[in-house]
Write a protein that binds this ligand. Sequence first.
Ligand code: AMP
Ligand code: TRP
Length: 332
Amino acid sequence: MTRIFSGIKPTGHLTLGNYLGAVRRWVKTDQHRADALFCVVDLHALTEDHDLARVRRLSRQAASLLLAAGLDPTVCTVFVQSHVDEHTRLAYVLECTATDGEMRRMIQYREKEAQERARGRSVRLSLLTYPVLMAADILAYGTDEVPVGDDQAQHVELTRDLAVRFNQRYGHTFTVPRAVHPEVGARVMNLQEPGSKMGKSDDAGPGIVYLLDEPDVIRKKVMRAVTDSGREVEYDRGARPGVANLLDILAGCTGEEPSVLAEGYDSYGALKKDTAEAVVEALRPLRQRHAELCTDLGYVDGVLRAGAERARGLARPTVDAAYRAIGLLPAG
Ligand code: AMP
Ligand code: TRP
């Protein structure tokens, strides 16, 4: 059976980008067609300045939101990364497979490193080694497919390189995974800056739709989205990024084609209105289930406990095999 693994960082509240780029397909298809594991990758949240209580709170919230979005713990495995030691155990061995230059070439590292320096902060070593931990997350489970947004393509490519290199040097140990991206919504852009990704951010984010935003807040954010000069509704990501982003979002919520949707509009206002309503409707059931789950945190914690136990059992033999393959003396 195909093995699927994906993860989400508890560094901020989950956004519409997370939903359309990743979570929606985990819920609708991935969990039903494969043995799928979905992980709240909390160790990755420690790579930048972090607030201890916030990471803890956001980890539980991310897990609750994944369940509220429709991940079904009777068909897939949902867990928290730090509950399963195998990830860091394997990361070390992969650090001995990767090179310093390879890490420094990662786009996300270069962007975040520049950001941290611009803010006068020091750069944590874990920010540099982060893609290796991500590779460990994936390789520990013999993963075939990694469903992620476009921004993670380079990290999955690195994971493939490390798997191939390790297998060549030390004997076949890892399955070589591949990234899969959604056809629509693989890169949802910030509504105020259609040139940059809609990422989790610390501010209120007028250009970021959070999954738990109230319907009226969502409407306001979408109606105020920056569009392009010109009037025609055309799907052209290069020339009209703002309008294309709205069409992508509408398409992501309705399951239709962005270029086909474009033909049905002759004003930006009408497009914004329909997009806002489509987003509100797509997120409505999620908000409701999330509110219910918040009254039953014991249930959420139970799901995470069982998930971690299953994950441990799956990862252990692969990580043990990697330790043996690389030449370490097995514990007697
Ligand atoms: P992160 O929030 O960085 O942990 O990302 C979790 C998942 O959501 C990954 O698969 C990302 O590729 C995806 N994702 C995050 N932001 C976006 C976005 N703006 N558009 C599409 N996918 C996204
Ligand atoms: N790096 C990913 C992100 O920023 C999160 C992540 C960590 C991940 N480990 C993973 C995604 C393993 C897929 C598989 O979005």
